[in-house]
Design a binder for this molecule. Structure first.
Ligand SMILES: [Zn+2]
Length: 61
């Protein structure tokens, strides 16, 4: 059963706190999301670590 998880990150451009909704059944994903505050494109990478937990990395595109 898929579930949406809330992951808290900070914008790599303006450091604003952001909440991302992550589908935990989709595994490793990469997409671009615009920051709600500064409107810069954020590179979002979601990956499963060795323990099976999802981690989120945000980078400047
Ligand atoms: Zn921002």
């Amino acid at each position: 059963m898929s579930q949406l998880l809330e992951k808290s990150v900070h914008c790599p451009f303006c450091d604003a706190p952001l909440t991302l909704l992550v589908d935990d059944s989709a595994g490793t994903q990469q997409y671009t999301e615009d920051c709600h505050v500064c409107c810069q494109p954020i590179d979002v990478t979601i990956w499963e670590d060795n323990a099976g937990d999802l981690s989120v990395t945000v980078e400047q595109e």
